[in-house]
Design a protein around this ligand. Structure first.
Ligand code: PLP
Length: 450
């Protein structure tokens, strides 16, 4: 093993970090994490803190989930890899597809296409949506709609439906035919409407206008997160997603729920679609499907979409899409164990209870510190604090402000995530009420230090 000084000195020499300027880690060295236990992480200098980020919204069961570790180790002994491309399958992936069919039955989803992560699950859904329309003889339906502020990964398809310029500009031209609708984001929106219910109606009207403008017959699918995560935990009014589903249905447009973050209990419901009472045509999942312990994902498909592929007589339904690691047996074994633990521990109920405490706590911080312009959450363990330099103008503060809060919070016992002007909290779903208070206390210290 290399010593601590070697690791610190070499972090940025041969390693480029995602979403980071390659020079940044020389100027501002990252925290090097070396251990994880329960809901806590340990760094190379021996600090132990509560992980308020939950890995990256994915370590829902914490870092010590023994059944998942055992499942991975056991599967490595049994069969470490076999592909499920034409002609072969493996036992674990069959078992997993059955388990996911049961888990997602209330969402109306019964088929799984396995992937290596969230971006792959999104790409799969977008591609299958176009193919679905081609099989049905509507080859003109090729466009995609999505929400501004939405995040769908960084493959070319996902980046094209992304609604944040940071992930787009340097990589253009992206996929043609992708159009973005205003997000139901009461704190900032083009309608200057702060009432969530009225804003939802305005955004739905914008969706209908865009469909009329493009022509419904040109649109393959609408993709959206039930609660927008990376965009800053934007929580739509409860009428919004059902409204989107109805507009899509009326216009023959498939609805893809991007639940890479929201599936498996994070919102306090078992899926974000279920939270809002919507059955999507497809759902992209990843992250918590394996608790972050193995890169894995699944695109879930509804009976209605599946039927078009499975009853095809045109020959167009052969799937020309897939990954070497689609249906990886170790990932499948991990996912089966996660699903069992997720349900046994009823993590959705804990997410709901702890999420309410966390949200109440950040609301109290907002009352105390003017630098917090908006707080968002209220549905499980997805919470954001948006910082401003001035509450009246809502101008974003300089980058040093959130960085200072993060640094002092860390010194006081909690890792929190900075994303643009937002501080985002997405801890493991198994944390305790004391852990919640630990995160809030550390944040309070962070804001006090400004
Ligand atoms: N979709 C959503 C909603 C996400 O939050 C993410 C990642 O955060 C992705 C897609 C991309 O997933 P991955 O980073 O595993 O490719």
């Amino acid at each position: 093993p290399k010593d601590e000084n070697f690791l610190k000195a070499n972090n940025a020499r041969h390693l480029w970090h995602p979403m980071t300027h390659p020079a940044d880690h020389h100027r501002n060295p990252p925290t090097i994490v070396t251990g994880g236990q329960g809901v806590r992480i340990t760094d190379i200098d021996g600090h132990s803190v509560i992980d308020g980020v939950g890995g990256l919204w994915n370590v829902n069961l914490g870092y010590s989930c023994q059944p998942v570790k055992d499942a991975i180790a056991g599967q490595l002994d049994e069969l470490p890899y076999y592909s499920i491309f034409r002609g072969t399958s493996n036992d674990k992936v069959i078992e997993l597809a059955e388990a996911l069919k049961d888990f997602f039955a209330p969402d109306g989803l019964s088929r799984a296409f396995f992937t290596s992560g969230g971006g792959d699950s999104v790409e799969t859904a977008l591609r299958l949506a176009r193919q679905y329309h081609k099989i049905r003889g509507e080859a003109g339906r090729i466009k995609f709609l999505s929400l501004k502020k939405g995040y769908h990964g960084t493959h070319f398809g996902g980046a094209s439906v992304n609604g944040n310029a940071n992930f787009r500009t340097m990589y253009e031209p992206l996929l043609p035919g992708c159009y973005h609708i205003p997000a139901p984001y009461p704190y900032r929106n083009p309608f200057n409407e702060s009432d969530p219910a009225r804003l939802a109606q305005l955004c739905l009207q914008a969706l209908e206008d865009e469909i009329a403008f493009q022509g419904a017959g040109t649109i393959a699918a609408m993709i959206m997160e039930p609660i927008l995560g990376a965009g800053g935990v934007i929580v739509p009014h409860e009428s919004f997603m059902p409204g989107v589903a109805e507009i899509c249905r009326k216009n023959g447009i498939l609805l893809i729920a991007d639940e890479v973050i929201t599936a498996f209990g994070r919102t306090g419901a078992w899926s974000g679609s279920r939270l809002w009472g919507v059955q999507p045509d497809m759902m992209s999942t990843a992250k918590a499907i394996t608790n972050g312990y193995f890169p894995f994902g699944a695109t879930m498909i509804s009976d209605g979409v599946a039927e078009v592929f499975e009853k095809d007589e045109t020959g167009k339904a052969a799937i020309g899409h897939g990954y070497t690691y689609s249906g990886h047996p170790v990932g499948a074994a991990a996912a089966l164990a996660c699903l069992a633990e997720t349900q046994r521990l009823d993590v959705a109920a804990n997410a709901k209870a702890r999420g309410a405490e966390l949200f109440a706590g950040v609301q109290a911080l907002k009352d105390k510190y003017d630098v917090i312009g908006d707080v968002r959450g209220g549905y499980g363990l997805m919470v954001a604090l948006e910082l401003v330099s001035d509450r009246a103008t809502k101008a974003a503060p300089d980058k040093a402000t959130a960085a200072k809060v993060q640094q002092v919070a860390y010194e006081n016992g909690a890792m929190v995530r900075v994303s643009g002007p937002n501080i985002i909290l997405s801890p493991s779903l198994v944390l305790t009420a004391d852990d919640v208070q630990g995160i809030l206390g550390a944040l309070d210290a962070g804001f006090r230090a400004l």
